[in-house]
Design a protein around this ligand. Structure first.
Ligand SMILES: Cc1ncc(COP(=O)(O)O)c(C=O)c1O
Ligand SMILES: Nc1c(O)cccc1C(=O)C[C@H](N)C(=O)O
Length: 409
């Protein structure tokens, strides 16, 4: 079959013109910068692009540091993790104020929340998780199971799919203390039915902890109305917080009084500057904090929350579905020998897809060298993660065309 690339380029341009979010692209550094060596950035689910407003916000934070020095803590910084948490809750997580905070890495928050949750179900013996959850989730839970003498109940998952409701229902039992799953699977992009699985866990008397790393900022989330107990997630992906920006943690209001986490630091104590004897947890979500929060690291996230608020989560999701659907269509046309290792049903697909081919391990560095940036996930997956606010259809086409060329088409 011969492919008319001119026609494909015209079609991509038409999609960009019709895209109600297209103007947001110009609010990101590098997206249309003629000096950039990147021609197709498809790794927004590993590290999002910086927003232009974040540069200004970070400069203002440094000026505040310079001018206010230590006074900045009393004036703003002590409350900032909770202030940003509330805003993230309202715009992205479907969470009322007072349940979300920013700090630590996802890995560390996962540990803190899982330990705290397990302490609330002391008579139960099992943690339910899946074989294809992100490595850090599996490793953290393996460590906790060793520490506490608990059993891990693994849901075996096809890496091109994810944890469906039936599989979750089979695994969850009267022995289950805690269920820990990813809302969007890091490899396939499978979008779990978080509401139904949460209900299923609760019916069995268990608690749930959702990893929202790949869903926050790309798919609608309603933690309060889904009755989720706990959640964690990254801010450097679709929330554009920057490399290593601190993660977020959500603890449902109903659990906050009884919740105790294992890293009892002074910043999570009631009246930390009293510096008194013994640990007394702070009221509310502040008790999730352990040490001094990374203030400069959390500044950029606010800029993206503002953009998502303006664009609307529904519009962000609609663009994301359109982008992944477009990548799937192009793959079928230009890469017929490649397997699509992600859900074809948009309802069950998050913001990224994975393509499978034995040549991808070798192809990936060649793509990076020519400014086309997806990422490689072993054993043979090429993961394409467009960002709804900054990726154009034209850019997606450039990426798939380059993959086709590298495969010798
Ligand atoms: C699903 C998921 N969970 C957890 C993590 C780990 O996050 P961190 O390295 O920031 O602790 C990541 C990404 O690295 C991820 O994709
Ligand atoms: N956190 C990352 C890093 O420090 C380096 C490279 C990639 C990452 C990622 O975020 C990977 C990502 N969580 C994934 O889903 O694979």
């Amino acid at each position: 079959m011969t492919v008319d690339f001119h026609e494909l380029e015209q079609a991509a341009a038409t999609l960009d013109e019709a895209d109600p979010l297209h103007a947001y692209r110009s609010l990101f550094h590098g997206a249309d910068d003629p000096g950039s060596d990147v021609v197709s950035y498809l790794d927004g689910n590993s590290l999002g692009r910086p927003t232009i407003s974040a540069t200004e916000a970070i400069a203002a934070a440094v000026a505040q540091w310079s001018g206010r020095l230590i006074r900045g803590w009393d004036e703003q910084w002590m409350d900032l993790p909770l202030t940003i948490g509330n805003r993230l809750g309202a715009v992205v997580l479907g969470a009322e104020a007072g349940q979300t905070t920013i700090g630590d890495s996802t890995t560390v928050l996962l540990y803190k929340l899982a330990r705290g949750a397990l302490a609330m179900r002391p008579a139960r013996t099992e943690i339910v998780l899946d074989t294809d959850n992100f490595p850090t989730d599996r490793y953290v839970l393996e460590g906790i199971a060793d520490e506490l003498g608990l059993d891990l109940r693994w849901i075996t998952v096809d890496p091109s799919s994810g944890v469906g409701l039936e599989a979750a229902r089979e695994a969850i039992s009267e022995h289950t203390a805690l269920v820990v799953l990813s809302h969007v699977a890091y490899r396939s992009g499978f979008l779990a039915d978080a509401e139904a699985i949460t209900r299923c866990a609760h019916d069995a008397g268990a608690l749930v902890l959702w990893d929202l790393c790949h869903s926050a900022g790309s798919v609608p989330i309603e933690l309060d109305s889904w009755n989720v107990d706990f959640a964690v997630g990254c801010t450097y992906k679709y929330l554009n917080g920057g490399p290593g920006s601190p993660a977020f943690a959500y603890v449902a209001a109903e659990h906050l009084d009884s919740f105790r986490q294992p890293i009892q630091g002074w910043m999570g104590r009631r009246d930390p500057f009293e510096m008194g004897p013994g640990f007394v947890p702070a009221d509310g979500i502040r008790r999730v904090v352990s040490g001094t929060p990374a203030i400069l690291g959390m500044i950029a996230v606010q800029s993206t929350i503002d953009l998502i608020d303006r664009a609307g989560v529904r519009a962000v999701r609609a663009k994301s579905v359109q982008l992944t659907g477009y990548l799937i269509d192009l793959t079928r046309t230009l890469l017929p020998e490649v397997r699509i290792a992600s859900p074809l049903d948009a309802e069950r697909r998050g913001g990224h897809i994975t393509l499978d081919h034995p040549a991808f391990r070798d192809v990936t560095p060649r793509l990076w060298a020519r400014g086309v940036i997806p990422d490689f996930r072993a054993p043979q997956g090429l993961r394409l993660g467009p960002s709804p606010l900054s990726t154009s259809f034209a850019e997606a086409l450039v990426g798939i065309r380059a993959i086709a060329e590298e495969l010798g088409r």
